[in-house]
Write a protein of this length. Sequence first.
Length: 650
Amino acid sequence: MNTFDKLENHLALRSFISGYHITLADLFIWGALKSNAIFGKNLKNGEIGENLTRWFYFVGSLNCVQEAINALNKYVESTKVKKDQGSFDIGLKDAEMGKVCTRFLPEPSGYLHVGHAKAALLNQYFAKRYNGKLIVRFDDTNPSKEKEEFEESIKEDLKLIGIEGDVCTHTSDHFDTIYNYAIQIIKDGKAYVDDTDRDTMRQQRGEGIPSKCRDLPVEENLRRFEEMKNGTEFGLKCCLRAKISVDNKNKALRDPVIYRCNLLPHHQNGDKWKIYPTYDFACPIVDSIEGVTHALRTVEYRDRNPQYEWFLKNLNLRWVHIWDCSRMNFVYTLLSKRKLQWFVDQGLVTGWDDPRFPTIRGIRRRGMTIEALRTYILMQGASQKDLMLEWDKLWAINKKVIDPVAPRYAALEKEKLVEVNILDDFAPSTKDIPRHKKNPDVGIKTVNYSNKIYLEFADVAELQDNEEFTLMYWGNAIVKKINWNADHTAVDSMDIVLHLEGDFKKIKKKVTWLSRIASNGEKSVVDVTLLNYDYLITKRKLEEDDEVKDFITPVTEFKKSAVGDISMASLKKGDIIQIERKDYYIVDKAYDGTSLDIISIPDGKAGKMASKADTGSQKNEKKEKKDKKEKKEKKSSKKEKKRKCCPKEC
């Protein structure tokens, strides 16, 4: 006879292990069984006797036991790093309190996106942690791409996410200094001016073949560099290359270009310069002279770290520590400014603030709050592992932010909208109700009541004659007659009577409604356009050799016409609301006397986050729903089994 059988026999005529009350003996043995894997498996399979099962569930239901379990679980959770929360404990090398200086380095050639936001917040975090300094420096080394409008928008977006550098600089502030370092590196015999055409140069670098210009004398290189500076016909054919290696396995070290010509005027310096340093040459120089101690860069730059350090060493610059952190990539999302610009140029989006874009302005227009974005990014920590992230977690966090404060409204889709007649005789009236039942601070709204109302066809289609249902914020009603059209595809009208004394708690079907009549004789509803969006591409992750145009989602904007609560006419652009029994929305266009546009805000639910165009994603979504249903049924079965094993009398 094993221990479980002995306990089963011992409890045959007893409620407790010892005596007539719960004692430490019960708690001790219960704890031992709870942590025993074999007992847990046998209990799950129904292989534990009835008496021991009864006793085990009873002790486990006691308040003192539940409180102890909750306290223990809370402690265990507090000692673990959550799987979706990264760590910032990366141990910055030589970091001294009060002396750390980081920098965020945006290029003013596009709008800030979520990937930039992570880099900015990460640099701010370490600057504050060590009571140091954050530099926001615009890397304006390419006049072909840069615009003043981009710089201003980046400043605005940084301010929105709570980032203001202790100092704001430009790489162009140091063009004279960088130029002098270029002269120095040429004189040291560590750089040469190359007039090889671009295609040949690319081929030679790939195959490890030295350029014909690699061993030109210093004097000739200085002469050529002067021609580049003056923008002569010959100079425009040239570039300055660092003399590092011809055939290093790391191709970033194969004599990289460090200066090139560009005759376009610079948005800061006008036409003063005709030559500009590359990012790779300017970055270590300016980092060093501006006092940066730690350069946090995404892992995509990892192969160029030896190049960064080569410049520091060979130009005798103050050392700067590099730390690689992961880039924040999302499924079905492009973060490349070049590719995003292509969508703008092709007219596939309305601009850089399009709600389908991953720019800060785009996701804010879609309804993302800055609080949620900051929370999510800081949860990622300073990990160096590149991940392909889902959007659901970010939007789920956003839902937690907006749900407690989003006012509730009613809106009904116009398609097949049903006119309902309430047979009771009463005059139109109004009533003030809370905009948010759980948060009185959100305010009140005025609701119109009359015997002529609207219901959505989808709700009416699920009702039957003589069925009782609930009109939200009113009370119960009973269907008298549904008047279907000839082919039963639409409802011409419906007659109902109120049954306000009915218990709405017992009624499963609850519907939203709108009055067709206002008590003051004016409009009772406003026209609303409900907007929803899909991802711009149909593939979760584009590979290097994938062409964007091969994976364009055919339709990414979806519009539905609706009528909404008349109080929605007072909403302003940017207001976030919830349309009850539908979605959260953000006002994209305020009511102009004709209509208003509202954009659906994702809530993080897997079904809503799936790509509408990616059939593979849809299959996964169906599988998830099936697994969830099976899990729920299994859980329900366990509860029923437990109930039978441990009746209420015990």
